[in-house]
Design a protein around this ligand. Structure first.
Ligand code: GDP
Ligand code: GDP
Length: 462
């Protein structure tokens, strides 16, 4: 489980500046999808090799309504679910009454809270932060300048410290091989060597995610068959998914159920069981993600933001439109054209129309899940990748730059799950985006890769 760090504080203290700094590593992944609006509230971050989930709780003011109320509720839940809370205050503005009321709230939470004085750049920090000791939260006021990345690493090392110890004592750390951020980065001329990797675990970890009421539990129950439902205990906290071992044909699965299949009888409040943190944890832990969308709602902002998390993570993806039963043809057509318009930019994921309630189309999901998993984990030799690269170049030459043609020399694998292809050549920095995309699509077609994003990286010899 990734540790969770919540950023709390009144507006304008620098929460989003810190959030952006911490989550920046993943921006590059999302940049590949121009249709995607990035959710700036939840993100995956990494400091000195330690991954964690960071939440910008925004300015919770206490009188939110509608969608804002839902967000505020998620924010309060985030504080509740966080392993550490960074309470930001503004070293330049000094102590305000808003700071004091937030402190009062936090003091009641029995949470690990760090008081963080931001914007200490260019001021006499020690005297500026003195008054924040009166907040009565711990005996240290941590000093940072988020905008200048000062003090940030030290602060996060402290905030995450117990987790680093805790992780070292369990096997969980071994999963790091599968983490996108831990992909091996190779020097010039070096080849990707996966011989030291543990033999690929071919158990497929499949997460079923989606906003509340799209039919996740109905689908999980449908997949498992009702009789297996009683076997599992309630998860400990709202942020725990249920991990269900399962076999299908000759393949082994672990189903990661974010809905919680054994629901209490009368759960009326959807927010109560839905947790963004739980969803993020499930995505990180999965090989393949089933993102369930409700045909009756169309594509909502919440669907898009969940989709954004999946794309950021680099996980394999199968899109599922549920509740396809009993719809008029004109509504079906409208949903399809909306899907095209709003999700057309994801060209790698298979799309299924199902009815979890009646079971229609559920079996076929697994064809796409297995295809995605196999695509994401398949090993391809340097010889094969270089051959495909040569074919792509033969079909369509890279452009000339300063009178010289960009030359691509060879290609090799740089990682799997998602697959990374590293191409070496001359002047590769000058390759236009359109040509990079052409190469990526060429590799995708030639290798029949479906269901997983792929990444093509370039290494230059000047
Ligand atoms: P939020 O409302 O808490 O998310 O605050 P923002 O991240 O939007 O920051 C509010 C303002 O403070 C912006 O103008 C930032 O540029 C500025 N700011 C953030 N961090 C620093 C810092 O470390 N030093 C200085 N001088 N300004 C900062
Ligand atoms: P979750 O919150 O995502 O786990 O959603 P549930 O599985 O609890 O389903 C929410 C509601 O949608 C329930 O009333 C289900 O009976 C209904 N539902 C789920 N799947 C389908 C479906 O395929 N068709 C129809 N018509 N209703 C469905």
């Amino acid at each position: 489980m990734l540790p969770v760090v919540a950023l709390v504080g009144r507006p304008n203290v620098g929460k989003s500046t810190l959030f952006n700094r911490l989550t920046r590593t993943r921006d590059a992944l999302v940049a590949d999808y121009p249709g995607l609006t990035r959710d700036r509230q939840y993100g995956q971050a990494e400091v000195e090799g330690q991954s964690f989930i960071v939440i910008d709780t925004g300015g919770i003011v206490g009188n939110e309504e509608g969608i804002d109320a839902l967000m505020a509720e998620q924010s309060l839940m985030a504080i509740d679910e966080a392993d550490a809370v960074l309470f930001l205050v503004d070293a330049r503005a000094g102590l305000t009454s808003a700071d004091e009321s937030i402190a009062e709230y936090l003091r009641k939470q029995s949470k690990k809270v760090f008081v963080v004085a931001n914007k200490i750049d260019g001021i006499d920090a020690d005297s500026a932060v003195a008054e924040f000791y009166h907040l009565g939260l711990g005996d240290t006021v941590h000093q940072i300048a988020a905008a200048h990345n000062r003090g940030v690493t030290q602060l996060l090392n402290l905030a995450l410290a117990p987790h680093i110890d805790g992780m070292a004592l369990t096997d969980e750390g071994d999963d790091a091989d599968e983490d996108y951020d831990n992909v091996v980065h190779l020097e010039e001329g070096e080849e990707f060597d996966d011989s030291e990797e543990t033999a690929q675990d071919d158990k497929i970890k499949l997460a079923i995610i989606g906003k509340p009421n799209v039919g996740k539990s109905t689908l999980t129950n449908r997949i498992l068959g009702e009789e297996r439902v009683v076997v599992y205990d309630m998860p400990g906290t709202t942020r725990d998914s249920v991990y269900i071992p399962m076999e299908r044909g000759d393949r082994e699965y672990t189903l990661i159920d974010t809905a919680g299949i054994r629901r209490r009888k009368n759960v009326t409040d959807a927010v109560e069981k839905f947790s963004v943190i739980k969803t993020l944890q499930a995505i990180e832990d999965a090989n393949v993600v089933l993102l369930v969308i409700d045909a009756r709602d169309g594509i909502t902002d919440q669907d898009l933001s969940l989709l954004g998390y999946v794309l950021e993570s680099g996980r394999s993806l199968v899109l599922v439109v549920n509740k396809w039963d009993g719809l008029d043809n004109d509504i079906k057509e409208r949903v399809k054209s909306e899907l095209d318009r709003r999700l057309g930019f994801i060209d790698f994921a298979r799309l299924h129309f199902i009815s979890a309630l009646h079971g229609t189309g559920v079996g076929h999901l697994f064809e796409s899940v297995e295809e995605a998993f196999d695509s994401a984990t398949r090993r391809t030799s340097t010889a094969m990748l270089t051959k495909i690269m040569d074919m792509a170049v033969f079909d369509h030459q890279p452009p000339m730059v300063n009178g010289r043609r960009i030359k691509l020399k060879y290609a090799h694998a740089g990682g799997y799950n998602p697959p990374i292809i590293v191409i070496h050549g001359n002047q590769v920095n000058a390759l236009p985006q359109s040509y990079k995309r052409y190469l990526m699509n060429y590799f995708r077609k030639a290798l029949k890769i479906m269901g997983t994003p792929i990444k093509v990286e370039f290494r230059g010899t000047a």
